[in-house]
Design a protein around this ligand. Structure first.
Ligand SMILES: NC(=O)C1=CN([C@@H]2O[C@H](COP(=O)(O)OP(=O)(O)OC[C@H]3O[C@@H](n4cnc5c(N)ncnc54)[C@H](OP(=O)(O)O)[C@@H]3O)[C@@H](O)[C@H]2O)[C@@H](O)CC1
Ligand SMILES: [K+]
Length: 483
């Protein structure tokens, strides 16, 4: 499990750790790790040109001391001082080692740029000249190594207001910051390398966590010798309408490929015909009225993809949400519950899987605000609605009170295409039916779906059905430890 922390959590932990150490110890540990990461990127340090962007705080201090170390190994190190002051001892050390102070023009001749403008001490959008320097660094040909966080990214949330550095690598000190795992910040951070400065024992419970392939493998239910199709978990899928048939096919496909012992599909004639043709494995109930009475026993429900939003959908929603079983609500199901949020008041687990627009309707917020601050909104929605929230998008996050938000590390932009959400709902529903809690089912499903998306896309556009087809490969990659 990869864990991450807010700026306040890091500061508090640093405070405790620093109290027992000689002054400057942590910054030297940080600088040593930073210099080693830069040396690794440069390959040959001697003679290379390193340009430091140095802000007025300790983030600049880290850069100056790392610059000193590289200068002692023969690099030509130049520091651009962005603030009215700079870390005094750090600057003196750099100058003693042969480094010098330069103007912004130095950026064009750099082999490597170190971004030490601001770290966890930033507040608000970057001011000038910091903002302009961030943009010049982004435009330069040299790779950028961000110190602790890319300047302009909020370390606690991943929010970006205005200009922000785009790094190839972010070398982060002591612990990963939440903003490095959540877009848009994650998109600016590049590869995140953690420098151990001894903070571990001082850290509180994490703010967010990201599953690894190994974690997913540990969480996934495996059929045992005693398993039969009923004991492995039966999923009921209420999806599709005479107008939208594809959603039903994709949701059932996702569920069948995600290990459900059996998938029961119930719907009107058109999607029934399509599901029957695509998935002879599914057990089908043709509905001539909105009732789950004749569907048979299930361990969990998926409600919503392509279901429509009229009385039919509302009646089915009321019935499944009235059961004591886990229910996943997606797509049209979300529109129905947004109109009548009392449907979500229930004791059994409920996993909702909105994208930003659907969540906006549910919690009466603006879509743009949700996209800019995904974590906070997912968390707030989970608390307000009393459900587990899987918020889909550039970074998919899973929030459930009172646990750390799970941030999904897999995925590809190619997944932003119609129907992939239907596959995801089938996968998560199948995991619910197999007995995983909503939090684990949601985060494992997001991981596997994102990985299947990557495998299916492989650098080219994909169709949602390809994601379902790639699911077995994703399961195998996780089991083999290769994901
Ligand atoms: N503590 C530790 O033990 C360790 C800390 N470490 C390192 O220290 C970093 C934190 O250092 P920090 O607290 O000095 O804050 P930092 O990120 O440099 O920024 C503050 C400065 O930025 C400025 N500024 C603020 N907002 C701005 C804006 N919008 N636009 C422009 N400028 C803005 C603000 O200027 P002012 O407003 O005061 O003029 C202030 O001077 C941390 O990320 C890590 O790298 C490591 O060495 C490990 C040990
Ligand atoms: K920085």
């Amino acid at each position: 499990m990869r864990t991450a922390y807010t700026a306040d959590q890091i500061r508090a932990a640093e405070h405790v750790l620093m109290a027992g150490l000689p002054p400057g110890t942590l910054m030297q540990r940080a600088a040593a790790g930073l210099a080693a990461a830069c040396a690794g990127l440069l390959g040959r340090v001697y003679g290379s040109r390193v340009v430091l962007l140095v802000g007025s705080g300790d983030n600049g201090g880290d850069a100056l001391y790392a610059g000193e170390r590289l200068a002692r190994r023969g690099a030509r190190v130049e520091a651009i001082l962005a603030g009215s002051r700079a870390h005094e001892a750090g600057l003196a050390a750099l100058l003693r080692a042969g480094g010098r102070v330069a103007g912004p023009g130095a950026l064009t001749r750099a082999d490597l740029i170190m971004d030490g403008l601001v770290g966890i001490g930033v507040s608000g959008a970057l001011r000038e000249p910091y903002a302009g320097l961030a943009e010049e660094a982004n435009a330069a040909r040299a790779p950028v190594v961000a110190v602790d966080v890319p300047s302009g990214v909020d370390a606690s949330t991943g929010r970006v207001q205005g200009a922000a550095v785009r790094a190839l690598v972010t070398v982060t000190m002591g612990a990963v910051k939440t903003g490095l795992l959540v877009d848009p910040g994650a998109g600016h951070a590049g590869r995140v390398e953690l420098v151990d400065i001894g903070l571990g024992p001082c850290l509180p419970d994490p703010d967010v966590a990201a599953l690894t392939g190994g974690d997913v493998d540990d969480l996934l239910p495996r059929p045992g010798k005693e398993s039969d199709k009923y004991r492995r978990g039966v999923l009921g899928v209420l999806a599709g309408s005479d107008l939208y048939t594809g959603a039903a096919v994709l949701a059932v496909g996702g569920a069948l490929r995600a290990g459900a012992g059996m998938v029961r599909y119930a719907g009107p004639a058109e999607p029934v015909a399509q599901v029957r043709a695509a998935w002879p494995e599914a057990v089908i109930t043709l509905l001539d009225r909105p009732s789950i009475k004749d569907v048979g026993r299930v361990q969990a429900w998926v409600l919503g993809p392509g279901l429509g939003t009229g009385d039919w959908a509302h009646e089915l929603a009321a019935q499944v949400l009235g059961t004591g079983l886990p229910v996943l609500v997606d797509a049209d199901g979300l529109t129905v519950v947004a109109r009548d949020r009392s449907l979500l008041r229930r004791a059994a687990p409920t996993l909702i899987t909105p994208h930003a627009g659907e969540l906006a309707r549910l919690i009466r917020a603006e879509r743009a605000d949700i996209e800019a601050a995904r974590l906070q909104h997912a968390r707030a929605a989970a608390a307000e609605l009393g459900v587990t929230v899987l918020l889909k998008g550039s970074t998919t996050v899973v929030a459930e009170e009172p646990r750390p938000v799970r941030v999904n590390p897999t995925g590809t932009s190619w997944l932003a295409t119609g129907g992939t959400g239907d596959v995801l709902s089938g996968v998560a529903g199948a995991l619910l039916a197999q007995g995983l809690g909503a939090y684990d089912a949601g985060s494992c499903a997001a991981y596997l779906h994102g990985l299947a998306g990557r495998l299916a896309a492989d650098g080219a556009p994909l169709a949602a059905a390809d994601v379902a087809t790639a699911l077995p490969a994703a399961f195998r990659a996780v089991a083999a430890g290769g994901a």
